[in-house]
Design a protein around this ligand. Structure first.
Ligand code: TMP
Length: 206
């Protein structure tokens, strides 16, 4: 099922999704939007952030369950300020999420195989538009390392494996004809160029 008014940004770490959300937040018509992230700021999301920082060690399958649980809260719950996506989208807000289930189908498939993440995510709605920020992991990791503090997945081998999985997962969805619009962005381009391309694709649904 496609959730209308729902837009998702996906890509490996350092691909620039958060930067593009910040640009959208400065739009004159920003009140038409509802900006969210995964992990969310719910208690489940906060716990996942601890895991990402390396403060809590979890079995990879436990992480897969928790990312899916946080996603359920993101869509249906009120556990965090950026939750309740379905209600917001149905009210007519354009919901833009920094990451969604495609992150689980890539990152968690690298850590615990693809069967569990697929099963846990099969019933969630798909966004109206998926922007895939495609970038060479060597370039994106440089951006991440330049920020200082790093998370457990931010290592070159892992990012290379994730980048490969992203391309395979996106390819699979393209072949499925789900009705979700998939936009490939060359995320190594200047930030303003990427912002222009995003704007062109968002305009028709505003
Ligand atoms: P970010 O806030 O910088 O995007 O970092 C979130 C990290 O969490 C990033 O490394 C991707 C990872 N992640 C997963 O592994 N699975 C998921 O389902 C989600 C939403 C994020």
């Amino acid at each position: 099922m496609i959730l209308k008014n729902f837009i998702v940004f996906e890509g490996i770490d350092g691909a620039g999704t958060s930067t593009q959300i910040k640009i959208l937040q400065k739009r004159k018509d920003a009140e038409r939007f509802f900006f969210t992230t995964e992990p969310t700021d719910s208690e489940t999301g906060k716990f996942l952030r601890k895991m990402l920082k390396g403060d809590v060690e979890l079995d990879p399958r436990t992480s897969a369950f928790l990312f899916a649980a946080d996603r359920n809260e993101h869509l249906y719950g009120k556990g965090g300020t950026n939750c309740g996506v379905i209600e917001q989208a149905q009210k007519g807000k354009i919901v833009v999420s920094d990451r969604y289930l495609f992150s689980s189908l890539t990152y968690q498939s690298v850590t615990c195989g693809d069967e569990l993440p697929r099963r846990l995510n099969e019933s969630f709605p798909l966004p109206e538009i998926l922007f895939f920020f495609d970038i060479n992991p060597e370039i994106s990791l440089k951006r991440v390392l330049g920020r200082g503090e790093t998370e457990i997945y931010e290592k070159l081998d892992f990012q290379k494996a994730t980048a490969e999985r992203y391309r395979a997962v996106i390819d699979e969805y393209e072949k499925m004809n789900t009705g979700m619009k998939i936009v490939h962005l060359d995320a190594s381009q200047p930030v303003e160029k990427v912002a222009d391309l995003i704007n062109q694709h968002i305009l028709p649904i505003l």
